[in-house]
Write a protein that binds this ligand. Structure first.
Ligand SMILES: Nc1ncnc2c1ncn2[C@@H]1O[C@H](COP(=O)(O)OP(=O)(O)OP(=O)(O)O)[C@@H](O)[C@H]1O
Ligand SMILES: [Mg+2]
Length: 288
């Protein structure tokens, strides 16, 4: 029976696995599902075990289990409201999980762990749909500020890195422009340069191209592709860009209703989905 009072349903989850056992189990599970080249004894960079998240009475994530390997590109798909953003936000503790475990390099950040959230966010870069640049700073200053404030780099060093990263996203000639003087696609590339300049262990992307005019999407996807293929960056990307997912993803994860319904190699998930809900979703976006 449903309680009249607002309450969060208590979910019991097991303790996090010991690191070696977790790595062995994750390898057993993932090695057929990902294009990632596994090395013997490798441990995943991110471990998500029995992750649950509720907002009031609404259970939004229900026992999500997922491991992300160093250099792996994981694309997360799913209908609106399925919990994709909530999962990303739990990984960098923008949301506090209700139950379960998240470990970064085998160090737990959830439960009773005393995590330094600022240190954690140095390791986990995030790129949002809405860019979130500082409007009063130039592109270069936007890329410098985190390096100086958080990593305590000197100005000259931060500036050199900013110029390097802006060059890598094709914006060396826009370094002194403010966000309002840049297109949406250029702003998003600045946001990516800013995240990469922090040299995170993992970059999380939440629909990085959905706010862009169609003609600007390609430039941003090309930058992400370059980061994945030449930068070796570990990336978790929520996106509906099927071409990108097919070409660049090592693994595609389909979520619905707070659950990972299906995951695997892009060609398997797209061309031979096992679950009928995955098939319906992919059919819909392919027709869109
Ligand atoms: N801060 C919040 N308070 C209450 N409910 C929330 C909050 N954030 C998210 N939710 C709910 O959690 C569910 C999952 O939301 P989430 O944003 O993770 O979905 P999503 O898969 O990213 O969807 P979209 O594709 O639309 O971005 C939704 O039902 C949403 O209403
Ligand atoms: Mg979302």
């Amino acid at each position: 029976m449903r309680s009249r009072n607002k309450h969060v349903a208590m979910v019991e989850t097991p303790d996090a696995l010991p690191a070696d056992a977790a790595a062995a189990a994750a390898f057993e599970h993932d090695h057929v599902l990902s294009r990632h080249h596994f090395t013997p004894g490798e441990h995943p960079v991110v471990r998500i075990e029995h992750l649950n998240k509720a907002f009031d009475e609404t259970q939004v994530l229900k026992d999500v289990n997922l491991d992300i390997w160093g250099g792996e590109v994981v694309v997360v798909l799913g209908p609106s409201g399925s919990g994709k953003s909530t999962m990303l936000r739990c990984i960098n503790l923008l949301e506090k999980p209700t139950a379960g475990h998240i470990l970064i390099n085998d160090v737990e950040i959830t439960g009773t762990a005393k995590t330094d959230v600022n240190k954690l966010r140095e390791k986990l870069g995030m790129v949002f749909q809405s860019f979130n640049l500082f409007p009063h700073l130039t592109a270069k200053e936007n890329v410098m500020i985190g390096q100086m404030k958080v990593l305590k780099k000197g100005k000259a060093e931060a500036e050199a890195e900013a110029i390097r990263q802006l060059d890598a996203v094709g914006l060396a000639d826009r370094a002194d422009f403010k966000p309002a003087q840049l297109s949406g696609g250029q702003q998003q590339r600045v946001a990516i340069a800013r995240a990469v300049a922090m040299h995170p262990d993992v970059l999380l992307f939440d629909e990085p191209t959905s706010a862009l005019d169609p003609e600007l999407v390609r430039g941003v996807l090309d930058v992400m592709r370059d980061l994945a293929e030449n930068g070796g960056m570990t990336m978790v990307v929520v996106t509906h860009e099927m071409g990108f997912a097919r070409d660049v993803a090592d693994r595609v994860v389909f979520m619905e209703d707070g659950v990972v319904v299906e995951q695997g190699l892009p060609e398997n998930v797209f061309d031979h989905p096992v679950n009928e809900r995955t098939a319906a979703f992919i059919g819909n976006i392919a027709d869109a």
